[in-house]
Design a protein around this ligand. Structure first.
Ligand SMILES: [Zn+2]
Length: 111
């Protein structure tokens, strides 16, 4: 289940996740005050001290469904460092490899 996978990914890659959360906060993407407070807490202190209630808010109101995606093409996970790009910049919900393939395909159409 995506929710459980997400929680494990936060716990196993806290530094990378915190960098992504920082990007979300700095670009004013978080509107929910409760979620924003929890995210700032995670950025400062890591995810380990969150209560179950805070986890619920972070996962269900904070990251899912819009701020955490898996690759639309291969359903692989997208690295934290690529998440912001996939959602907000490229808006393709692709992992870097699938984006590379898609771009290659698009470029070939010009030939
Ligand atoms: Zn992919």
């Amino acid at each position: 289940m995506l929710r459980e996978k997400l929680k494990q990914k936060i716990i196993s890659e806290p530094t990378e996740c915190m960098a992504y959360l920082t990007e979300l906060v700095k670009s004013n993407r978080i509107y929910n005050g409760e979620v924003l407070a929890i995210i700032i807490d995670v950025i400062k202190n890591g995810p380990y001290q969150l209560t179950n209630t805070q986890w619920d808010a972070l996962l269900d109101k904070g990251l899912l469904p819009d701020f955490y995606v898996e690759c639309d093409s291969c359903e692989d996970t997208i690295p934290w460092s690529e998440m912001y790009h996939a959602i907000f910049i490229a808006r393709d919900h692709y992992c870097p490899f699938c984006r590379y393939l898609a771009n290659k395909e698009n470029t070939r159409l010009l030939d």
